[in-house]
Design a protein around this ligand. Structure first.
Ligand SMILES: Cc1cc2nc3c(=O)[nH]c(=O)nc-3n(C[C@H](O)[C@H](O)[C@H](O)COP(=O)(O)OP(=O)(O)OC[C@H]3O[C@@H](n4cnc5c(N)ncnc54)[C@H](O)[C@@H]3O)c2cc1C
Ligand code: FES
Length: 359
C-alpha cells in the first residue's frame, strides 16, 4: 500500500507497518499505519453483565452497514484473542462506533472487555462484515426476534429505521432471563411509548416479578400467532444463541415473507472422537498432535498454536487456510472433505486423518 504520509514514506524502509502498528499500540494511540484500531472513549453498563463501549476508530476503518459486526482483537494474559461483536449504533456523523458486550461465564474476551476495558484503551478492529442487513427501500412489516446478546445487531437495525415516520409495523420480541438482563431497556420502552407502530414484547424466562405486559416461555407458533397479525407479510430477523435461532427458524422460516438469522454461539455439534492425529504446519515448520473431538481451531489452540481467527463460527473466513493433505469434516454440514489444496475454515472443521495445513 502506498503511503500518503511523508513521515511514513521516509521511515518505511526502516520499519515494517506491522512493527510500527505494534509499537503504536504499545504507546496507546490509534494512529496505526494500516491496522484499523479503535480507542475506547466511553464505557457504560448496559444491563447486568453487559457493557457498551463507545469507540473512536482510526482512519483505516472503512465504515459499516447497520446489522454488521467487526472482529475485535485484544490481549488477555499476553495472548491475542479475536471475537466478533455487532455494531449497535447506526453510522454516525462523528464516526464513533459502539459495541455492547455481554460477559459469558469463563469467557476470555467478553470478561476482559466487560470487566477491564477502560476509556483510553486501544482495541484492534477488523473491517465490518455480515449479511444481517436491511434493504433501504423495503416498505413492509418487520419482525425482530432477539435472545440475550442477540439484541445487538437488532438494535442497530431498529435504530436505522426512520421510526418517527413509520408507515409499517415493527415488532420486537426480546428474550432475556430477567428484566435486569435486558439491554437498551429504557430506549426500547420510550420508543414503544412514543411510536404506536413499534410493538415491543419482553419475554423473560427467569423473572420472579413479572409486570402486566411481560411474557414468559420459549418461542412457539402460538406465541407468534398471538402477537403478530399476518406472518406471511413479515420480514423477519432472528439473532441469539444457536439453539434459539434453530428453533425460531424451524417455527417460522417457511411462514414469513423473508427470514434471516445469525447465531452467536460457537459450533457445539457432537464431534466423533477418532483419537489424536498429527497436523503438519507447513509455514511454521512444526508438527503437533491434536484432538479430533473438537474444531481444529480449538484443537490447535489447546496445543499452543494460535492461528488467526474471528467469529469462530464459519462466517468471517479469517481462519481459512489451505489444506494440502488429509481428510477433514465440515462440522456445519457433516460432509467429509478429501480434496487437497482446498481452503479450510478450521473453526468449523475437525480433523479426520493426519493433515497438512498451510499455517
Ligand atoms: C457474528 C457474531 C456477532 C457477535 N456479536 C456479539 C455482540 O454484539 N455482543 C456479545 O456480547 N457477543 C457477541 N458475539 C459473541 C462473541 O463473539 C463471543 O463469542 C463471546 O463474547 C464469548 O467470547 P469469550 O472469549 O468471552 O468466550 P470464549 O473464551 O471463546 O468461550 C468461553 C466459553 O463460553 C462459550 N461461549 C462462547 N461464546 C458464547 C456465546 N456467545 N454465548 C454463550 N456461550 C459462549 C464457549 O463455548 C466456551 O465454553 C457475536 C458472535 C458472532 C459470531
Ligand atoms: S474464525 Fe470466522 S470463519 Fe473461522
Amino acid at each position: 500500500m502506498k503511503s500518503s504520509n511523508p513521515l511514513k514514506r521516509m521511515i518505511k524502509p526502516l520499519v515494517s507497518p506491522a512493527v510500527y502498528d505494534f509499537w503504536v499500540r504499545k504507546l496507546v494511540s490509534n494512529a496505526a499505519w494500516e491496522t484499523p484500531l479503535a480507542t475506547v472513549v466511553e464505557r457504560h453498563v448496559e444491563a447486568r453483565d453487559s457493557v457498551t463501549l463507545l469507540l473512536r476508530p482510526n482512519g483505516h476503518f472503512d465504515g459499516f452497514i447497520p446489522g454488521q459486526h467487526v472482529n475485535v482483537t485484544i490481549a488477555v494474559e499476553g495472548i491475542r484473542h479475536t471475537r466478533s461483536y455487532s455494531l449497535t449504533d447506526v453510522p454516525r456523523k462523528d464516526g464513533l462506533l459502539s459495541i455492547t458486550v455481554k460477559r459469558v461465564g469463563g469467557g476470555k474476551v467478553s470478561t476482559e472487555l466487560c470487566q477491564h476495558a477502560r476509556v483510553g484503551d486501544v482495541l484492534e478492529l477488523g473491517q465490518a462484515f455480515g449479511e444481517l442487513t436491511a434493504p433501504a427501500d423495503y416498505q413492509g412489516n418487520w419482525l425482530f426476534l432477539a435472545a440475550g446478546s442477540g439484541i445487538t445487531p437488532i438494535i442497530s437495525l431498529i435504530r436505522s429505521l426512520s421510526l418517527s415516520t413509520l408507515k409499517q409495523n415493527v415488532t420486537l420480541l426480546y428474550w432475556a432471563r430477567t428484566r435486569a438482563d435486558l439491554c437498551f431497556f429504557q430506549e426500547l420502552r420510550e420508543l414503544s411509548a412514543r411510536e404506536p407502530r413499534f410493538h415491543l414484547h419482553f419475554v423473560l424466562t427467569r423473572e420472579h416479578e413479572m409486570l402486566p405486559n411481560d411474557l414468559q416461555g420459549r418461542p412457539s407458533l402460538a406465541l407468534f400467532e398471538q402477537l403478530v397479525s399476518d406472518m406471511t407479510e413479515q420480514r423477519a430477523y432472528a439473532c441469539g444463541p444457536a439453539g434459539f435461532v434453530d428453533n425460531v427458524r424451524e417455527l417460522i422460516a417457511e411462514r414469513v415473507g423473508f427470514f434471516a438469522s445469525e447465531a452467536f454461539t460457537p459450533v457445539t455439534t457432537n464431534v466423533v472422537d477418532l483419537g489424536k492425529v498429527t497436523v503438519t504446519l507447513q509455514r511454521s515448520q512444526q508438527q503437533v498432535e491434536v484432538a479430533t473431538d473438537k474444531p481444529l481451531l480449538a484443537a490447535l489452540e489447546d496445543v499452543g498454536v494460535t492461528p488467526a481467527s474471528g467469529c469462530r463460527m464459519g462466517i468471517c473466513n479469517t481462519c481459512a487456510c489451505e489444506k494440502t493433505a488429509g481428510v477433514s469434516e465440515d462440522l456445519l454440514t457433516g460432509e467429509m472433505d478429501t480434496d487437497v489444496n482446498s481452503a479450510l475454515r478450521i473453526c468449523v472443521s475437525a480433523a479426520r486423518s493426519d493433515l497438512t495445513l498451510d499455517l
